[in-house]
Design a protein around this ligand. Structure first.
Ligand code: G1P
Length: 289
């Protein structure tokens, strides 16, 4: 059942208030890391992990996110005329990357509600959820690692990373029993607990492989932390009914939803570009001095 995870849900309906004024008009998903919008990193990871269809959960004013993955006839014409073959190839690949459907979340009722909006599009099969704020640089990709774990264990899988005690209030935190290297059977989940209420320092990172049984649970999940319908609360119920695993993925993760994390991601990805790595290192040394 978990052999094939074909559909990936990407919630992209948030207002992006943490990045105002940049996000007043531009959706936060389109803010670039070096020269590629953050959401493109997410879609590329999904595709590299076997996802065939992306279900984008959007909202008013987010049309440009869909446009980014659509064909731009005018742009292609211009690039063709100017004989910019490499760029033409790049924009073509972008529009052919994946099948995408967009569903509107009409009210900002939380991450759990956003995932619930994908119910009909997902149907009765296990699926992935990828959150746009978490950019993971990994090989194999983070989601691909998780699909492999779900295949072996036969259950839902949630990405985990250890965080300092001072940061538990930013994440869903789990309590689990270690069943394998890097794998935990989840017993409890708490959304954004204070350090003294956190059951561990294992935090949920924005990648999930979930069974369709999550949908009826989400439908009955009352608003939780911050008055929002929390995915974490529904997962806690799911974990009591069927095995749900946490997996400490291998890779570097950046919180692109946070200004500092966003800067870190820009620097780290720029340092991976041969055409600018040398110059950037020199520049960083200079500014520090
Ligand atoms: C969401 C989830 C949280 C998870 C986090 C990972 O929170 O609710 O459980 O740890 O993503 O990035 P958000 O950061 O959207 O507030």
């Amino acid at each position: 059942m978990y052999n094939e995870i074909r559909k990936g849900v990407i919630p992209a309906a948030g207002l992006g208030t943490r990045f105002l004024p940049a996000t007043k008009v531009v959706p936060k998903e389109l803010l670039p890391i070096v020269d590629k919008p953050t959401i493109q990193y997410i879609v590329e990871e999904a595709v590299a992990s076997g996802i065939e269809q992306v279900i984008l959960i959007t909202a008013r004013g987010k049309g440009a996110v869909e446009d980014h993955f659509d064909v731009s006839v005018e742009l292609e014409e211009v690039l063709k005329r100017q004989k910019k073959e490499d760029l033409l190839q790049m924009v073509k690949e972008l529009s052919e990357m994946v099948r995408m459907v967009a569903i509107r979340q009409k009210e900002p009722k939380g991450l759990g509600h956003a995932v619930l909006c994908a119910r009909e599009a997902v149907g009765e099969e296990p699926f992935a959820v990828l959150l746009g704020d978490d950019i993971v640089d990994a090989e194999p990709p983070c989601l691909a690692q998780m699909v492999e774990v779900s295949r072996q264990k036969g259950g839902g899988v949630i990405a985990l990373q250890r965080v300092p005690e001072t940061e538990t209030h930013l994440y869903g935190i789990i309590r689990g029993e270690r069943v394998d290297e890097r794998v935990y059977r989840i017993q409890e989940m708490v959304e954004k607990p204070k350090p003294d209420q956190a059951p561990s320092n294992l935090a949920v990172i924005g990648r999930y492989v979930l069974p369709p049984e999550i949908f009826p649970i989400l439908e009955n999940t009352p608003p939780g932390k911050g008055g929002e319908i929390q995915l974490t609360d529904a997962l806690q119920v799911l974990a009591r009914r069927m095995p749900l695993y946490g997996y400490e993925f291998v890779g570097d993760r950046y919180d692109a939803g946070d200004k500092f994390g966003y800067l870190q991601a820009n620097i780290a990805f720029a340092l991976k570009r041969p055409e600018m790595a040398g110059r950037l290192k020199e520049f960083l040394k200079e500014v520090i001095r």
